[in-house]
Design a protein around this ligand. Structure first.
Ligand code: 5GP
Ligand code: ZN
Length: 118
């Protein structure tokens, strides 16, 4: 059996607060959110990084991302949104199952984007 935490979430062996699901992807709230509404969108099929996605999975992520991001944005009454995706340890990846961070932003939320002059 896979030891991957996100595979266990897909299999229903670990609970999650589900935001969206289709045949290829699952979105759920981050267990340690950096701000309210911090959501993770993952592929249902295990792939370590974005470089390991099949064309079909990549297309499914591409189709789901704007839909889910928009739903989270509206539900949170956000003013903006960061979408972040880490690959390999040096980038900050801790869970080696591909995922996108959807991070709704509000004035005064205290989040510092990893970007110069922000
Ligand atoms: P990474 O650093 O790999 O880009 O992000 C991994 C994210 O997964 C972190 O934000 C962390 O809080 C989240 N996470 C880790 N384990 C769990 C879990 O069991 N459930 C949920 N919902 N999120 C998790
Ligand atoms: Zn996995």
């Amino acid at each position: 059996m896979s030891e991957c935490i996100f595979c266990k979430i897909v299999a229903g062996q670990i609970p999650c607060a589900k935001v969206y699901e289709d045949d290829h992807v699952l979105a759920f709230l981050d267990i340690n959110p950096l701000m309210p509404g911090h959501t993770l969108l993952i592929t249902k099929k295990h792939a370590e990084t974005i470089f390991d996605l099949s064309a079909e999975e990549a297309a499914a992520c591409g189709a789901a991302l704007p839909k889910v991001a928009s739903a989270v944005f509206k539900a949170m009454g956000a003013e903006g949104m960061n979408i972040l995706q880490n690959n390999y340890e040096i980038s900050g990846q801790e869970i080696f199952h591909v995922h996108f961070h959807l991070m709704p932003r509000k004035t005064g939320d205290g989040f510092k984007v990893p970007w110069p002059a922000k």
